[in-house]
Design a protein around this ligand. Sequence first.
Ligand code: PEP
Ligand code: MG
Length: 324
Amino acid sequence: IERQLGKLAGTPAVTLDQHHLPLLVNMGAGGDSLAALALASEGCGLSRTEIPFMLESSFPTEAAQRAVYRAELEAFAPKPVTMRTLDIGGDKALPYFPIHEANPFLGWRGIRVSLDHPELFMAQVRAMIAASEGLGNLQIMLPMVSKVSELDEAIAMIHRAWEELVHEKLDVDLPKIGVMIEVPATVYQIPEIARRVDFVSVGSNDLTQYLLAVDRDNAQVADLYDGFHPAVIRALTAIAAGAKACGVHVSICGEMAGDPLAAPLLLAMGYDSLSMSVTQIKRVKRIITALTFARAHLWLDEVLVMENPEDIRRYLNEQFVGLE
Ligand code: PEP
Ligand code: MG
């Protein structure tokens, strides 16, 4: 990673007119050293905690989870680490917890599983909070939320876990709590959500799949799955504007955040940070540092009246050539 980033390692992404856009990393696939990931970024915007669960043959104990989370939090401190609670179901299966459904992407996924198994959820958030002892850089993020009552239930359990640990004499802060905006229903509930949490983060992979009714993993319809579809661009714009109006931090952690073509649009929409695969950080940093905020805004204004993804891509590619 150090070699890949070269002299860009550790430098923030700042536009020509001094607008700072923090670039964070997504974690979970393994391979890269935690120290290198921390060095390459301004923090972790998405730790996919189901990945370590997928490598086991039964549910890891609270103590085992705590050790994994501690290593991540220590490597990044004082930079923030956003840990997403278990997001199984859909495309992510646990060998020891089979789920058989006709429509897994519309089924028992993410927070729905956690709320039906509070013992699993409590063990996980207790492990996360305990792991943050003395560090204070933990943020907890909830996946696949579609209604605020799910949020209220989950937040109450996170508070309970924190109170238990304080009672057990651990030196732990209440973590910042956030929600993934990835079910279309949440796009229309930003004010209600913003009142309850510290941040929202767009899961553009699932949001694109659900907005366009296109399975994100089906090759047959892969050409219809497109983050530059005008409906997706407008949804992303509305989410950022809504979050800003409510004064809640807004980020994006789906694959689009790491697409250099999308980054100027996300900057102009008002996203406070982008979280991406570490392999994309250099490319995105290069484009952000070559732009002014005003120019990015001009591009967004043009794109927002276009009717086809192809037109949007062509236009952005032309602008890129003009930059070089
Ligand atoms: C997303 O849906 O965009 C996301 C970041 O989560 P995942 O890809 O793990 O579903
Ligand atoms: Mg998702």
